[in-house]
Design a protein around this ligand. Sequence first.
Ligand code: FNR
Length: 188
Amino acid sequence: MNEIKILAIVGSLRKESYNRQLALAAKELIGDRAVFNLLEYRDIPMMNQDIEFPAPEAVKRVREEVKSADGIWFFTPEYNHFFPGVLKNLIDWLSRPVSDKEPQVLSGKPAAISGITPSMAGTGLAQDHLVTLISFLNMNVMNVPRLTIPNAAQQLDGDGKLALTVSYPYLEKQANAFLGFIAKQIGK
Ligand code: FNR
């Protein structure tokens, strides 16, 4: 079956991350309309050109996951008005050519961006920096709609989990738009 494959990349390694919970909400919302996986990358090392070739196993694995995805959906926190260093480190690894015969794996991939924060900021500044980076890497960014969710604490259930009350329709709108954006580009 010619299913769309979406890979979610969460810019937080925290177990209870709001951004991870947002990614899981997107997965549930998309349901059987696409294969939706979360990239696990806490085991990739810090970029160091001394260990770049041959690529560490963990780096090979994340590159393969990105390569086989039809679209990448970033869910990023905001750290000091930027996206977190763990995400920059991951993207730095992904940005390098696989070999002299194979280019980097991000080029041309459709990308969507969402973010959630407990503050009033909404992650817009972090997202803008991420757009600058992934545009440089020739990703195909869906700029409209992007999703910025402030005041995460106002959307929790009794157990402190993200319930996404007021933001749910916006997530739905973005998910539908991204499925259409990917389908248009890859002809699925
Ligand atoms: C933050 N946080 C934060 N929030 C924000 O809205 N704007 C910001 O500039 C920052 N800066 C910042 C710097 C650092 C170093 C940390 C650790 C945190 C708070 C941040 O949004 C909050 O911890 C979120 O819960 C992180 O996202 P996850 O892990 O819940 O997905």
